[in-house]
Design a protein around this ligand. Sequence first.
Ligand code: ADP
Ligand code: ADP
Length: 231
Amino acid sequence: DPVLSLEDVSISYGHVSAVTGVTLTLYAGETLALIGPNGAGKSTLLRGITNQTRKSNGKIRFGGRDISSTPPHRLTRAGIIHVPEGRQVVAPLTVRENLQLAARASRRCPRREIEASIDRVYDLFAPLARLRDTPSGLLSGGEQQMVAIGRALMARPVVLLLDEPSMGLAPVMVEVIYEFLGVHRDALGGTAILLAEQSRIALDVADRAAVLSCGQLGFVGPSSDLNESLL
Ligand code: ADP
Ligand code: ADP
């Protein structure tokens, strides 16, 4: 079933067009890799979906509802959870406090299920368990990215928008993050993931891939069909 559909979405910054005529459907439970070089428009598109950036044209539907102009906080409430690039954590708060806060702020995790959900995040990202009482600002980049994704999971996403989770990470941390993305289906049930990346690493965990270049979609199809020449 389609959970999120974009129809002819365009976004410009002044006269500069960053995203042009993007039509794309995300299905329940799938991971769709959005592949494109720096400046291709990936971040702009993710921000457009969550209405953090104004669209100049196009329609977005979530479970059949038109959400083209729904404000960001209501989209969070509805289960569209965005993890922007740059590891968004509340630095002075511990790992555990970050996860608790994310659960409360989203209002999507019942209060008495918060602790169990936190334990599930520790199951997914084992290194976080022993760091639970450490201020998040003291963690490594990779550990902070785990917290950022963990925070998103606390909101019980229906759609998870991940913006370049591997950016700036040591290879071993990229592996940990991607190991999670590879097994998420078991852990998350029907969550659909739109995963923006520059590198082809995203293809390893994606069901389908969409290639964005200069704001326009090219190839869209099974990630295994995306050969080197198309990137
Ligand atoms: P990305 O890796 O996604 O291209 P950038 O480093 O280019 O990210 O951008 C970082 C921040 O700067 C973002 O918040 C983005 O919106 C903003 N930004 C990027 N390009 C420009 C630009 N040409 N003018 C103004 N702001 C920009
Ligand atoms: P990507 O995420 O694929 O690196 P972006 O969405 O960050 O691409 O950027 C797409 C284009 O839009 C780039 O040319 C970038 O410079 C421009 N851009 C991004 N954010 C802004 C902004 N806030 N103001 C002006 N231009 C921007």
